[in-house]
Ligand binder design. Structure first.
Ligand SMILES: *Cc1c(COP(=O)(O)O)cnc(C)c1O
Length: 389
């Protein structure tokens, strides 16, 4: 029986050919026309003026934090139910402290809890929001569009405006997700806040092997991100640097792959949708299981599917049994406020995040997953999850 992986790259002859052309041209490193072409195609897809390519989603997030002007000692509101790269680069790398917030039923940061934190525990001063108990400035909020779901941007942006918070969007999992209704109709995840970040890691909806992108509604922020990603070189010939920069650049080889992958994005989303519908028809509401929905009024890229298990099912036992049938799954992330040294940071409104952490597994969702494979996953789950009736 063939192994069914959770989420793997989907690359073909186009990528092979384009990367080979780049190799033949000798433009294999961090300069080259394909990098500009990929940035332009990406910006144009998102209806943004500029996109800045970099070597990972994590470095995109670090660049976003740097151009936002997060200062040592600042506090940043972050979700606790997320991948750790949404938190480390915008807090610890910057010498800033996170304030952790639980999730709503989209698995994204809970706007009620963000509002409550700002209202109850903070005060507005002349130049911004301050935490009453720590005295620190609360400068920004990180919104992660979890598994391709759109966070509640209408509510979150209102709160951000009311309290003068910068908004960093981690859209690493949500390339292609957009509003189809409401105040942000037509707007893509990552293009609504002050700065947005994307990832092209191997498990994401499109991949360049590894890579990332930064977009911003402030044109000078995007330029600044580009500058910082290239060692902040002010004079290329003389090697003059006007601030501390980084080598966060994408290579021309990665950009070659990115161009081909971006051209396939809509096709990939269509496959994600078909397989999601297949799982939903077969499993949602069956034996107390749920296939979690994506936000209404949006077109989600449906990057990851969440199977919410009924009370009492042994999550890790189920994953192991599926693994024995050559089906790869994974639990949702361990909460960040319980990891590293984040235990000393404040965390609010955790009940839902704790429950989802216990009961969600992600099931195979590659963009080359076939209907037959989907069927095999469904059969295995129905075999293994007990019928209580
Ligand atoms: C993948 C991911 C990142 C980091 O991207 P890399 O390209 O792996 O560095 C950050 N945040 C979230 C939510 C992610 O899923």
């Amino acid at each position: 029986m063939a192994f069914i992986p959770l989420s793997v790259p989907n690359v073909g002859a186009e990528e092979t050919e384009k990367v080979a052309q780049a190799v033949t041209s000798s433009w294999v490193s961090t300069g080259g026309q394909l990098i500009n072409d990929f940035e332009e195609a990406f910006a144009s897809y998102l209806h943004m003026p500029r996109a800045v390519a970099c070597n990972s989603g994590s470095s995109a997030l670090h660049l976003a934090a740097l151009v936002s002007g997060i200062q040592r000692g600042d506090e940043v509101i972050v979700p606790t139910l997320t991948f750790i790269a949404a938190v480390n680069p915008v807090t610890r790398y910057m010498g800033a402290e996170p304030v952790f917030i639980g999730c709503d039923d989209s698995l994204c940061i809970d706007p009620d809890a963000v509002e409550e934190f700002c209202f109850q525990y903070c005060e507005m001063r002349e130049n911004g929001l301050y935490n009453k108990s720590t005295g620190a400035r609360v400068r920004a909020m990180v919104v992660v569009h979890v598994f391709g779901n759109m966070a509640d941007m209408e509510r979150l942006m209102k709160i951000a405006h009311r309290y003068g918070l910068l908004v960093i969007e981690d859209a690493t999992e949500a390339l292609g997700t957009r509003y189809t209704q409401g105040a942000y109709e037509g707007k893509y995840a990552g293009t609504i806040g002050d700065v947005g970040c994307f990832s092209f890691n191997g498990n994401k909806i499109i991949t360049t092997g590894a890579g990332g992108m930064v977009v911003s509604n402030h044109p000078d922020w995007a330029e600044h991100a580009k500058h910082l990603s290239t060692q902040a070189k002010a004079d290329v010939l003389q090697f003059l640097h006007d601030e501390v920069g980084y080598n966060y650049r994408m290579t021309n080889l990665q950009a070659a792959m990115g161009l081909c992958q971006l051209a396939k994005l809509e096709k990939f989303i269509a496959t994600k949708e078909e397989n999601y519908d297949h799982y939903k028809r077969a499993l949602d509401g069956v034996r107390g299981m749920k296939i979690l929905p994506f936000r209404e009024g949006t077109r989600s890229n449906k990057w990851f599917y969440s199977l919410y298990l009924p009370e009492g099912v042994d999550r890790d036992g189920l994953m192991e049994a599926l693994n024995q049938r050559q089906i790869q799954t994974r639990p949702i992330w361990a909460l960040i406020h319980q990891q590293c040294d984040y235990g000393r940071n404040a965390a609010y409104a955790l009940a839902r995040a704790l429950d989802y952490r216990k009961r969600i597994i992600n099931i195979p969702c590659s963009t080359n997953l076939t209907a037959e494979e989907c069927g095999r996953v469904i059969t295995a789950i129905l075999d293994l999850v007990p019928n209580k009736e």
